[in-house]
Design a protein around this ligand. Structure first.
Ligand SMILES: [Zn+2]
Length: 55
């Protein structure tokens, strides 16, 4: 099943970042990387998982 995470769902209304993957671990890595680089924010794997929904 394909999962999706987007920054708007995390409260970053003006960030268009959206990532989709069937691989949850990969998705977590992408989101963590984006959060650190773009928002200077470190998020845990648990945080990322709580933002995931079915694409
Ligand atoms: Zn973002």
């Amino acid at each position: 099943m394909v999962k999706e995470v987007n920054c708007k769902g995390a409260g970053y209304e003006d960030c268009e970042f959206l990532v989709r993957s069937e691989n949850v671990d990969e998705l977590v890595r992408f989101v963590q990387q984006h959060a650190e680089q773009t928002h200077d924010q470190s998020v845990s794997g648990t945080d990322v998982r709580s933002l995931m929904h079915d694409a």
